[in-house]
Design a protein around this ligand. Structure first.
Ligand SMILES: [Zn+2]
Length: 316
């Protein structure tokens, strides 16, 4: 007999519904229009309850970011150069989004500790490092939550499985000297960031890589490294920017290929009873409907692998 699901479980955390976030226009033309977000939230809410995440506390951001850096960004004392590196100008909404999205990842981390699976509908700002914002990333949400786990003794060996099409350079730099975190990045070799950091495992892929070669890289390169590390907690950056037609990707996965990627990750987590947090990371497809399909596919893959809702596997 499996225990009954607690009320309101499974669930996903989101910062997208917060009022100021919802009211602010997308900061870049590559970002999906407002209607896209509404479609995504509607589709997600048909699958599981959505909760507004509490914003991250600044003290938690200090687990990985320099206090002076945070103080400047909090007050808007940033240079033109820093705004250029970020990819859009500083506004109070930039700070609010960063705290909201990082708060959602931390809330999902709590969920994963209790139930085995945590979901943030945003997050994955993996280019931010200790005192540098770049690539739409001001706070490194996954790094903050990974450090929170280690600091609190909630995990001993943390995997960051970064399958966004862009290298997780901020995360790699933040954990370069941390043997308790395995940073894995599968990314486009000829894509941003053009000066890459060194992850524990980097798997650079050529332009136009399709489903078969991508999935083979997961099986042949990533799986053995993960097995050897023996994590007791995992973060999964399920970037949809690997999908063909992405304005900022250069790979050529189909929707079926992205779903198969997600299925493999979530099935591995469920099979090995690995507490796992998934964050959505990048996605800038020319066709917003395909992007929505990829995002909802990630949710469906997670719910199917963990057999939720229904005959529930509950971990932890
Ligand atoms: Zn990306």
């Amino acid at each position: 007999m499996t225990p009954p699901l607690p009320p309101g479980w499974p669930r996903a955390w989101t910062a997208f519904r917060r009022a100021a976030y919802a009211a602010s226009p997308p900061p870049r033309r590559q970002f999906p229009p407002r209607e896209f977000l509404d479609h995504l939230l509607t589709g997600a809410a048909e699958r599981l309850p959505l909760l507004d995440a509490p914003p991250l506390a600044w003290a938690d951001a200090e687990r990985v970011h320099a206090p002076a850096y945070l103080a400047r960004w909090r007050r808007g004392e940033v240079t033109r150069e820093e705004e250029r590196a970020l990819g859009f100008p500083w506004t109070p909404a930039v700070v609010e989004r960063g705290l909201g999205s990082s708060g959602a990842t931390l809330a999902a981390t709590h969920d994963a500790l209790v139930h085995g699976l945590g979901i943030n509908l945003g997050g994955g700002t993996h280019h931010a490092s200790r005192d540098r914002a770049e690539g739409f990333s001001f706070l490194n949400d996954v790094a903050i939550s990974a450090r929170w786990l280690l600091d609190g003794g909630h995990a001993r060996r943390v995997l960051v499985l970064d399958l966004d099409v862009h290298q997780g350079n901020g995360t790699a730099a933040l954990f370069a000297d941390e043997p308790r975190v395995l940073t894995v990045s599968v990314h486009g070799a000829n894509n941003y960031p053009f000066r890459k950091a060194t992850s524990d495992l980097d798997v650079p892929l050529p332009d136009d890589t399709g489903d078969a070669a991508y999935l083979a890289a997961l099986d042949e390169r990533v799986a053995p490294a993960v097995a050897a590390f023996r994590p007791d907690f995992a973060f999964y950056l399920a970037g949809a920017d690997v999908l063909e037609g992405d304005q900022l990707g250069k790979l050529a996965l189909t929707l079926e290929g992205v779903r198969e990627r997600d299925d493999r990750v979530f099935r591995w987590a469920a099979r090995t009873r690995m507490p796992l947090v998934t964050v959505m990371a990048g996605g800038y497809n020319r066709d917003p409907e395909r992007l929505i399909a990829a995002r909802l596919g990630t949710l469906d893959a997670a719910l199917a692998a963990f057999q939720l809702p229904g005959g529930a596997i509950m971990l932890g």
